[in-house]
Design a protein around this ligand. Sequence first.
Ligand code: ADP
Ligand code: MG
Length: 236
Amino acid sequence: MQKIENDLIVDIKDLAFQWKAKSTFTLSVPSFEVKNGKTIFLYGASGSGKSTLLSLITGMNSPQAGNIWIDNQNITQLTSRAKDRFRANKLGIIFQQLNLIPFTTPYSNIELALAFADHNQCPKAEWKNHILEITDNLDLEPSLVLKARASELSIGQQQRVAVARALINKPKLIIADEPTSALDENSQSLFLDLLFSQVNKIKASLIMVSHDKRLSSKFDESIDLHDICQTVRQAS
Ligand SMILES: Nc1ncnc2c1ncn2[C@@H]1O[C@H](COP(=O)(O)OP(=O)(O)O)[C@@H](O)[C@H]1O
Ligand SMILES: [Mg+2]
């Protein structure tokens, strides 16, 4: 489906998705638009389909119907290889389970994201400075970044490494799936402040999902998942 370029970082139309294996959960999104540079908080109860929706926006799953444009690229038309490249270059993803490689250093975890992207903007000779700058901004000590194993870090430190890894390629869109669920209230607020300062620095857009509505105040817009999605869960 062709369309005229616009100022939307996310543009979803007539989306329908159903998990293949066994599940009877279906999700449909008639229309969802996010403007460039906006920070969006999407809330919904556990099991309401937040991670499913993010898996479609990031191209990890493909819808049965409809179109998803990310930065004016219709990702539903890309091959899986092209989607991998697109994800590496344009998206920064912070997963709920963080997905750090536990037995290597924070440095290597972040470097891997640089290696996967077409890093024209950051020549290899500058990688080290670039990584140490972003980790410093996120209050991570250089000795920890260079020498510790990721598994030795506290959850709070691991979360900040996951942010550094997601932002190192200056993606246009950051996707965060309940990144604060393992933190207490005070640490959640500090984490969000650090995340927002980095997101603002690179002028990225941010979509964060959570079941915890209290986090919404820092975002430009806060949306109830039910207002954009219809979900059906049939008895199996
Ligand atoms: N990998 C999967 N395979 C099949 N069904 C799934 C899978 N992941 C989630 N689901 C189904 O999708 C529904 C929504 O789950 P999810 O998107 O993870 O919700 P949330 O992130 O809001 O907690 C679940 O009830 C489950 O039935
Ligand atoms: Mg989830």
